[in-house]
Unconditional design. Structure first.
Length: 182
């Protein structure tokens, strides 16, 4: 897994489906749990379309009068290969954006998300939540898969092929506290 970056999100419960053990959605996509802002317009993101540090998110928020109160901070690592529906192949972050992710000293692994990248830029859809595939695929309380192996097996086996168009990338989703120096 490769460090991909950070995002501040407004975590919400599932929308459009109910599953007893799913209480909120920690997906990488912003379809249910919104990103802290429409951040792309500020051009401070890295080649994975995330942020290299929480301090950059904090600076974007301060410079643009965006409230971070009530947001949760996440850190992501991404598998180096993506699945096009038939096979795994390597990919790279967008080279026109510098990418120099500073990994956190403390993080809590929450699970693994499968995310679509049809447009080849920012994270698009997390089928477990966006397409309510968590009704058919067992997830944890945050609508994430329990292990990388489980995610890899389901993607390779075609479990997501009838959801949003791929390619599909697997992300490790970590929660963390906001740094005190932010």
């Amino acid at each position: 897994m490769t460090p991909a970056g950070y995002m501040a999100k407004i975590v919400k419960p599932p929308v459009g489906f109910h599953i007893d053990n799913v209480f909120d959605v920690y997906s990488v996509s912003s379809h249910i749990s919104d990103d802290f802002a429409d951040y792309i317009q500020y051009w401070k993101h890295n080649g994975y379309w995330l942020f290299d540090s929480p301090q950059i998110i904090w600076a974007v928020a301060q410079e643009n009068s965006i409230q971070l109160e009530g947001t949760s901070l996440f850190y992501y690592e991404v598998h180096e290969m993506e699945f096009d529906g038939a096979s795994w192949r390597s990919y790279h972050p967008e080279l026109s954006f510098p990418t120099s992710v500073i990994p956190p000293s403390e993080k809590v692994l929450e699970g693994f998300d499968v995310v679509t990248f049809f447009a080849r830029s920012s994270p698009e859809c997390s089928p477990l939540s966006c397409n309510a595939m968590a009704k058919k695929i067992s997830t944890n309380e945050h609508c994430l898969l329990a292990s990388f192996d489980d995610a890899y097996e389901k993607v390779t086996g075609g479990a997501f092929n009838q959801a949003e168009p791929g390619p599909y990338r697997i992300f490790a989703v970590y929660s963390l506290d906001w740094p005190s120096e932010s």
